[in-house]
Design a protein around this ligand. Structure first.
Ligand SMILES: Cc1cc2nc3c(=O)[nH]c(=O)nc-3n(C[C@H](O)[C@H](O)[C@H](O)COP(=O)(O)OP(=O)(O)OC[C@H]3O[C@@H](n4cnc5c(N)ncnc54)[C@H](O)[C@@H]3O)c2cc1C
Length: 437
């Protein structure tokens, strides 16, 4: 089923006469997700009258926006810098974020009728707690700007042709002066983002940093900790792969297949990248992330003096859910109920390691079906940072998750979509307007 939603057509192609020839569209956006819709809006805002058509293979747009943030959509964060992202060079990410920072995202949504409020970690959510509000604001802005959205139009080929491009879709062909690829990555393929955009980019001269899932639960086969399933607590995970060491802290959720929750999701990209690059990553858990080995040892030594009959269980109660505390101690060979005064130095240290340096034998992740984003993608070095135009194919632009940028949990991935989409859309419209002067 395909459909076409045309916005207010009055003025489209008329104000500045960009689209004199109706058979050639000024801007075709391939992929009407967060980046594509925002780029379309930016283009129509920068140069009123520019004709923008969004093509999407899905039956309806915005599937990923709707499921995001537990259906509440974590739109952005109060503070977003290049340090919140991995992938291509941070100077390029910084350039793009500065062109359209998180404060402008919040302003744009407020003006569009979506008030945002701050939650833990600076995350900004709509006051309605409904991601649909965010999607409706974007679609409303598209409608107001006369942007046409054609669903059920899966793009299969993009060729340079004449003064622009010919775009072949599952429902016919379209000619365009400029094209934006905003087809996302490979995460949640049932939403329509299945990685085909990479093939489109490659056919137009781009290379590809091999994609891997990111922000995805980690799998531990035959986990000795399966009994903790459903329990969560603060934790730090360290991913070590030879030279590199990445430490992420946050809530950890034990599951029947391994670990999830913010700490595991943020750690997952480091695990996957190491495996992808042929290194063998170790994952170490600290279940008491505020404590160092020396600090915990001092605490236990002191406890013997203050509470001579105290045990590991009684002294550490409240620091961790009891099932996890006892399970980790027993796994390390430490008896939680032996009085601390009878604990040898060796056993005390084994207990500490059992809480602060727990090796997790991660064997895989739950894959793209469960990943929130894709790491890897089209290298940023192949883009002009000020415009998001391809250095390989003039007139072609890229934005969003298709690029080799992935953010940590907290609204950063949408911010990348908004920022890169805005930069691309604005530049595309200006290019067309300048070529007409
Ligand atoms: C479960 C989940 C929760 C998330 N929660 C958050 C959150 O709260 N905050 C946050 O910042 N990020 C979140 N993310 C990540 C965020 O959704 C993405 O980073 C963001 O949507 C990427 O935007 P995009 O426009 O680049 O790609 P996408 O949103 O993936 O959009 C790409 C579009 O292109 C279309 N398409 C693909 N190929 C073709 C083709 N060949 N022809 C035509 N159309 C095509 C697809 O149908 C899709 O509509 C979440 C992701 C998931 C999966």
């Amino acid at each position: 089923m395909m459909s076409s939603v045309r916005g207010d057509e009055a003025g489209v192609g008329a104000d500045m006469g960009v689209s004199e020839d109706n058979t050639v569209t000024d801007i075709v956006v391939v992929g009407a997700g967060a980046a594509g819709l925002f780029a379309a809006i930016a283009a129509a805002t920068a140069v009123p009258g520019v004709r923008v058509v969004c093509l999407d293979g899905a039956k309806s747009v915005g599937a990923k926006i709707l499921v995001s943030g537990g259906s509440r959509c974590n739109v952005t964060n109060t503070e977003v810098t290049d340090r919140d992202f991995q992938g291509g060079p941070s100077r390029v990410v910084r350039h793009v974020l500065r062109a359209f920072p998180a404060s402008r995202t919040a302003d744009w949504f407020r003006v569009a009728g979506v008030a945002l409020h701050e939650e833990e970690g600076g995350k900004l959510f709509p006051d309605t707690h409904r991601s649909r509000t965010v999607l409706e604001a974007l679609l409303g802005a598209c409608k107001g700007a006369g942007i046409e959205i054609r669903t059920g139009h899966r793009v299969t080929e993009v060729h340079p042709s004449g003064a622009g491009f010919r775009i072949v879709t599952s429902a016919g062909e379209v000619d365009a002066r400029t094209v934006l690829l905003a087809t996302g990555g490979k995460s949640l393929p049932k939403s329509g983002s299945d990685g085909f955009g990479y093939a489109l980019a490659r056919a137009l001269g781009h290379s590809l940093v091999p994609p891997t899932p990111a922000l995805v639960p980690l799998v531990i086969v035959n986990s000795p900790f399966a009994a903790f399933s459903g329990v969560s607590h603060p934790a730090a995970l360290t991913v070590r792969d030879g030279g590199d060491r990445h430490v992420v802290a946050g809530s950890l959720l034990w599951t029947h297949t391994g670990v999830s929750g913010p700490a595991a999701l943020d750690a997952s990209r480091h695990w996957h990248r190491a495996v992808e690059e042929g290194r063998r990553p170790d994952v170490l858990l600290s279940a008491l992330p505020g404590l160092t080995f020396e600090g915990l040892e001092q605490l236990l030594i002191e406890a013997v003096r203050v509470h001579p009959r105290g045990t590991l269980r009684s002294e550490l109660a409240g620091m961790l859910p009891s099932a996890v505390l006892e399970g980790l101690l027993r796994h390390a060979g430490a008896d939680p109920v032996v009085p601390l005064s009878q604990l040898s130095r060796e056993h005390r240290r084994a207990a500490i390691r059992g809480l602060l340096e727990v090796p997790l034998t991660v064997t895989d992740s739950r894959g793209y079906q469960h990943a929130e984003v894709t790491a890897g993608g089209v290298p940023l070095e192949e883009m002009v940072p000020a415009t998001m135009e391809s250095r390989r194919c003039p007139g072609l632009y890229l934005a969003g998750e298709i690029l080799d940028v992935d953010g940590r949990l907290g609204g950063f991935n949408f911010q990348w979509a908004w920022s890169s989409g805005w930069v691309a859309g604005t530049a595309m419209a200006r290019r067309l307007s300048e070529s007409r002067v």
